[in-house]
Design a protein around this ligand. Structure first.
Ligand code: B3K
Ligand code: ZN
Length: 869
């Protein structure tokens, strides 16, 4: 069985590392690493032994205070090196060899595209040298890099560049020093040939910081967006949190071979090219938005994560949830707050709600893990961000800021816990936040039920809210949570009414705290009929069940003045419509309520096209599945397509007029992006309008051919290629020929065709895996095939199980190459409990089969075993 690390077993380290000096002789086949660690015991008496973590290291030499350590003084274990009778204070020198070129896991030091680079979070540093590889062990680092000058003209590490020189025979070296003590997971080095795009930023105290983006020559012209976003993020963190950058330079290096999005290594971020590069010809509007938010996210980690770091990995959400909250707020300030909130909630519901409702459910602060890389989840990130947001909502911006000031001043330079975070927020704000600890400890999405009643005679409206959280694996009993409910009361014309409770005047919008299983509030002075608008801005990550839904939703979908809430109720109408149709497929679509809501939107020219696009986009098939006890895969697909057709038929002329009228020259401001997005929604409807279809196909082909930007080109391309009644082989060929040398765009060529909802897609996927441009070692490419395949509802969920089996075979293969990415992709296998009996059996069969694989990685073994519980 799998060995678990438990939160309750945490013990502070016996030793501290006073200083770390590393020297590398870099080479793709064999790199030599010399480490000098100055250690000091934190206990009165040194312990019997001390374990330095190490993995896949060839040990060449070990010295203690300069003397060679005899073989009787240490053992090499699976997890590292055990040193017996360590002195109270000593210096340990180790010399090891590692092999970057064969490191396909992309954890530790690896080679990609002629570059040598590192990824250490969470536990990659132990694949570079023997170390106390844990986040609560902080040290200043001095790093000297030696390499061949021809192959590796640039040598980068964390901190400030101290000295450079030549080694003779074509070699050179560089020495970097990072004065800020840091845990090993924030270490990074990069060696290679790049072009550098430069800028600078003057901090609030007047220091000039050099900003540098390192990319391969072919990406030279695509760095502007990253640099702009970085400068805006730096200014925002000064303005909103008073946080200033602390080193002389801030470097960002882009690579095509990366397991995740990006990594916040101190002063030397390493990024997946997907989140750095953006040019109009290659990047979509969404790509531009993602670059902005990921650049900001990694920058914000400099304070939330780096300056104040984690005591242990159970606290992961302390940096991730908090930093996601910060990047969401940054993006909301840069773009449209309402549309940003809708996008954030969509993501939460698409990834986190299903996770929280299935076998992989875990608290935002998990209790145990086998492989920590498996816990970089939507729960830790997105639900973690929602908890911080609820605290922000509860305290209000000023008290929240005072709390954050206290957090930074108390804990700068320390490795801390979520309790520390809450206690600093309490000290700074003067409010009791202890109850929020339960949100970190309890898994599962709470359900809140709302009932209300108005008495027009007495002018009182009573609102009753109750909460319950369903059981999750290993957590049968649930406790009551503090749930902030942002409310307003709207009259028939949609005007907000004054809120009076007892003698308190609460303005026209307020936050009620639901802290009990059930609670009532009575509002007075309301002599006109009102409807409560609840959970405005999605003030808590819950599922709302309102007893008046049938009446309230159509009204709120048209009149709510909170954009999130309006969208939410609009979606609710569509869901009701679709579920009704699935139950009774002879029903006419669209029915009155939805039709009127859409008519209200389409009756006037869209002033806010991005928001309009959100309103007119139907809920995804996955989200519809979430609303059902047993997910009826085929019925959902059929119903959603029928509704799209029906809406397209009723509103076709408006949609065509909007499609034409929204055309404009390419610009990157929010309004232009919104117009493009809405235009794409229009086009997708027009393609399913029987009357306008041929015209729409011609328009889409024209848009593909003539667009001067990837946003419009890819939108048209995707609609045509995924239209199974349209022959788009010529487009596939054209797209491939045009973009075959641009990896990020070529990823789209792979993934788009796997979105075709027809049985032949299975065969297509198999062919793409042996395509000359497919590469198992590049996670973006692997995800563009396997991720896209698993996201195709009809093909992945084919009733005969063929989709699951095909997918399982590929995961098995990938596990031998890159376990972290294999385990991440495999999480879709957790969806079986909600499938019908036949599909469930097939999916469970694939899980069981995979679990029997010899030499299964710890990563995949953990995911599979949790899927089987
Ligand atoms: N902290 C990194 C994620 C590391 C994942 C390790 N498996 C990126 C981020 O959240 O900013
Ligand atoms: Zn992060």
């Amino acid at each position: 069985s799998i060995q678990l690390v438990r939160h309750e077993d945490y013990r502070a380290p016996d030793y501290e590392i006073v200083a770390t000096a590393l020297e590398f002789w870099l080479d793709a086949d064999t790199t030599e690493v010399l480490a000098e660690l100055r250690l000091r015991c934190r206990l009165p008496e040194p312990p019997e032994y001390l374990i330095f973590q190490g993995e896949s290291l060839d040990l060449l030499e070990l010295r203690l205070d300069g003397q060679v350590v005899g073989a009787d003084r240490y053992d090499l274990l699976d997890e590292g090196l055990r040193l017996h009778h360590p002195p109270q204070a000593f210096t340990l020198n180790s010399r090891v060899r590692v092999h970057p070129a064969t490191n396909t896991q992309l954890s530790g030091l690896y080679a990609a595209d002629g570059v040598l680079l590192t990824q250490c979070e969470a536990e990659g540093f132990r694949r570079i040298t023997y170390y106390l590889d844990r986040p609560d062990c902080l040290a200043p680092f001095t790093v000297t890099l030696h390499a061949d000058r021809e192959h590796y003209p640039m040598l980068l590490a964390n901190g400030n560049l101290e000295a450079t020189g030549t080694d003779g025979q074509g070699g050179h070296w560089a020495r970097w020093h990072d004065p800020f003590p840091k845990p090993s997971y924030l270490f990074a080095l990069v060696a290679g040939r790049f072009v550098v795009e430069r800028d600078h930023f003057t901090t609030q105290s007047g220091r000039s910081v050099a900003l540098e983006v390192y990319v391969a020559e072919r990406y030279r012209d695509a760095c502007q967006r990253a640099l702009d976003s970085l400068k805006r993020a730096m200014a925002w963190d000064e303005r909103v949190y008073g946080r200033e950058y602390d080193l002389e330079r801030y470097m960002i290096v882009a690579t095509d071979s990366f397991n995740m999005g990006a990594m916040e290594n101190k002063g030397l971020n390493i990024f997946n090219t997907k989140y750095v590069l953006a040019s109009p010809e290659t990047a979509t509007d969404d790509d531009y938005l993602h670059v902005e938010s990921v650049i900001a996210h990694e920058y914000f980690h400099n304070w939330t994560g780096n300056r104040v770091t984690l005591r242990d990995w159970f606290q992961l959400s302390l940096k991730e949830g908090l930093t996601v909250f910060r990047d969401q707020e940054f993006s909301a300030d840069q773009n449209s707050r309402g549309v940003q909130r809708i996008a954030d909630v969509r993501r939460l519901r698409a990834a986190q709600f299903p996770e929280d409702a299935g076998p992989l459910a875990h608290p935002v602060r998990p209790d145990a893990y086998a492989e920590i890389n498996n816990f970089y989840t939507a729960t830790v990130y997105e639900k973690g961000a929602e908890i911080v947001r609820m605290i922000h909502t509860t305290l209000g911006p000023e008290r929240f800021r005072a709390g954050m000031d206290a957090y930074f001043s108390r804990f700068d330079g320390q490795a801390v816990t979520i309790e520390d975070f809450l206690s600093a927020l309490e000290a700074g704000s003067g409010c009791d936040l202890q109850a929020f600890m339960r949100w970190y400890a309890q898994a599962g999405t709470p359900r809140v039920e709302a009932k209300w009643q108005q008495d027009l005679e007495t002018g009182s409206l009573s609102l009753e809210l109750s909460q319950r959280t369903p059981a999750t694996p290993g957590q049968a009993d649930k406790t009551t949570l503090p749930i902030p409910v942002r409310v307003a009361l709207l009259d028939r014309a949609g005007r907000r009414q004054p809120l009076r409770v007892g003698n308190d005047d609460l303005g026209t919008e307020t936050v009620l705290m639901l802290t009990q299983p059930q609670q009532d509030w009575t509002f007075t002075g309301l002599h006109e009929p009102c409807v409560p608008s609840l959970f405005r801005g999605f003030s808590a990550p819950i599922i709302l069940e309102r007893s008046d839904a049938v009446l309230a939703e159509p009204f709120l979908a048209r009149h709510d003045d909170d954009p999130f809430s309006r969208w939410e109720n609009f979606q609710a109408l569509a869901i009701r419509e679709l579920l009704g149709y699935i139950a009774e497929p002879t029903r006419a679509l669209p029915s009155g309520d939805l039709r009127e809501a859409v008519a209200a939107v389409t009756s006037q020219w869209p002033e806010d096209p991005a928001f309009c696009a959100e309103l007119l986009t139907l809920p995804t098939e996955d989200y519809l599945g979430e609303q059902m006890e047993i997910i009826q895969v085929d019925a959902i697909h059929a119903a959603r397509e029928s509704l799209r057709r029906a809406l397209a038929m009723v509103f076709g002329d408006t949609f065509m007029a909007w499609y034409q009228g929204l055309a404009g020259t390419y610009q990157l401001d929010g309004l232009s992006m919104g117009r493009r997005r809405l235009r794409q929604v229009m086009l997708s409807y027009l393609l399913v309008n029987d009357r306008l279809r041929w015209e729409a196909i011609a328009l889409a082909r024209l848009q593909y051919a003539e667009a001067d930007n990837m946003s419009e080109r890819l939108a048209a391309y995707t609609l045509l290629v995924q239209d199974i009644h349209h022959d788009s082989e010529d487009l596939l060929m054209d797209f491939y020929q045009t973009w075959r040398h641009h990896p990020l765009v070529l990823d789209r060529w792979f993934s788009t065709q796997l979105g075709r909802e027809e049985p032949a897609t299975l065969h297509r996927a198999a062919n793409l895996l042996v395509h000359p441009d497919f590469d198992w070692r590049v996670p973006n490419r692997v995800r563009s095939v396997l991720g896209a395949f698993a996201a195709n509802p009809t093909v992945f969920h084919a009733a005969d199980g063929s989709g699951y089996r095909f997918f399982g075979e590929q995961i098995r293969h990938l596990d031998g190459i890159n376990p972290q990415t294999a385990a991440r992709l495999a999480t879709v296998l957790s969806r079986w409990p909600r499938l019908d009996a036949q599909r469930r059996g097939h999916m469970q069969g694939v899980i069981a089969e995979l679990a029997r694989k010899p030499a299964l990685s710890r990563d995949l073994a953990e995911v599979l075993s949790r899927c089987q519980d």
